[in-house]
Design a binder for this molecule. Structure first.
Ligand code: PSV
Ligand code: MN
Length: 429
């Protein structure tokens, strides 16, 4: 099903009589705080966050999975779901594929045409060397059980490099410009491997993958402290990620997944550091209470998200810096599209709040060594109601003032259940 823009306009019309005065009031309030409300709307409207192909289906844990009906049966249908999401939010203009979960093979050009017809582009490609799969490790000839790029077995390392190169080639056909390398490599047992040997083998593999990149491509290293390796991960933190990126090449950068930090890590500081050295390449949005929980972005630590956006804006001189932004969540209970709608709305909302920070006032307070005033400046923005500005940004992109209500009103899920049935299981994990 393709969501008809006229249906969205109809739904927006129902809300116009209260949106317009709310918007005027929000612009007025922003103005009194020295913020140009129109500029906030424009910057929010500019932002696009990719949807991952593996998250339009219900997620699971190792204890089970409870799929809803109407899940996509093919990569094309996943693209259709992303197009529906984008019609509602105006802020998910690309999809990020995970290969081999979504391997179009010879059909890559046709998939690109299918996506293009729906206004969807291909964001960073994701390679999967954390699961054995005939298309990457062959029929049991080699295995990633003891690692991929870090493996002492040369055959496994070669398979992992070849797989990444294959993913780059697919991405070229799809019009992507980057590959994200997240590795499960690590150790479960002290002494199982050499820390240094593992690092050196990963670096060597990344260099081989990098050598295969077209000139306009980037490679992102995504760090994570643990899981599935529970004693150590090779790329465990932003420092290691930076070492790997710096050792790989100029167009190798780091990707920050918000769930990939030990508890209480100051992620906004990590963002600032990586941006400072020009190595912030990508972002995976989600939220967590305990570990890599893949919960809805902003649902647990909204103030942290606001501060992270503040650092992103600082890095971009008041605008969002160029980077591969993606939502990386697992929707176990909510309808995946409803969760992606809420995640996107929260991202837009956090950006709008961060845009409402009066940066010159903050700089003055910092220069005066006045933390109380600095806190006032932050809170004045954080406690403001920017929802009408965010809704207006969506409306200007031809999307919905209220995307979740509109998703329900247009009956998208009922239509996909009717078309696709209740038995499909779409997600990768
Ligand atoms: C690993 O936990 C990760 O964050 C990586 O980005 C993977 O590609 C993705 O999740 C798989 O769900
Ligand atoms: Mn991730």
């Amino acid at each position: 099903m393709i969501i008809d823009p006229d249906r969205i306009a109809e739904e927006n019309e129902l809300r116009r009589s209260w949106h317009e005065p709310d918007l005027a009031h929000a612009v007025d309030l922003a103005g009194r705080a020295g913020i140009d409300g129109e500029a906030v709307i424009a910057e929010v409207a500019r932002l696009s966050v990719a949807a991952p192909s593996w998250a339009v289906g219900t997620g699971g844990t190792r204890f089970g999975r409870f799929p809803g009906g109407g899940e996509p049966r093919s990569t094309e249908e996943k693209v259709d779901d992303v197009a529906a999401l984008n019609a509602l939010t105006g802020a998910n203009r690309s999809v990020s594929l995970h290969v081999p979960w979504d391997d179009p093979g010879d059909g890559a050009a046709a998939l690109r045409a299918h996506a293009q017809e729906r206004g969807i582009a291909f964001d960073a490609m994701n390679s999967n060397t954390f699961q054995d799969n005939p298309s990457t490790t062959g029929d049991g000839a080699v295995s990633y059980k003891f690692g991929s790029l870090a493996n002492v077995d040369e055959g496994a390392r070669r398979a992992a490099v070849d797989h990444n190169r294959y993913v780059v080639d697919l991405g070229v056909t799809l019009g992507s410009r980057a590959i994200t390398v997240w590795l499960a490599d690590g150790m479960n047992h002290p002494g199982q491997a050499s820390f240094r040997g593992q690092f050196e083998r990963v670096l060597d593999g990344l260099r081989q993958i990098y050598a295969h990149l077209p000139d306009d491509w980037e490679l992102y290293t995504e760090h994570k402290p643990y899981e599935p390796a529970f004693y150590s991960s090779v790329n465990n933190d932003w420092g290691t990620s930076l070492l790997l990126a710096q050792g790989t090449g100029e167009r190798a950068k780091c990707l920050v997944d918000l769930g990939h930090h030990l508890p209480n890590t100051n992620i906004e500081q990590v963002v600032s550091r990586l941006a400072m050295v020009g190595r912030l390449g990508g972002f995976h949005f989600n939220d967590s209470k305990y570990g890599d929980d893949d919960l809805t972005v902003g649902s647990i630590k909204p103030f942290e998200l606001f501060l992270i956006f503040g650092e992103l804006l600082a890095a971009g001189g008041g605008r969002m810096p160029e980077a591969a932004y993606m939502i990386d969540e697992s929707h176990n209970l909510k309808d995946p599209l409803e969760d992606l709608i809420q995640a996107t709305d929260t991202i837009q909302h956090a950006l709008a709040l961060a845009l409402c920070v009066n940066r010159p006032d903050l700089a003055d307070a910092q220069q005066a060594n006045d933390p109380a005033r600095a806190a006032e400046v932050l809170h004045r923005a954080y406690r403001s109601d920017v929802r009408p500005l965010v809704a207006e940004a969506r409306r200007r992109n031809g999307a919905a003032l209220d995307p979740l209500a509109t998703f329900r009103a247009v009956g998208y899920r009922a239509a996909t259940v009717a078309e696709r049935g209740t038995g499909a299981v779409a997600t990768g994990l």
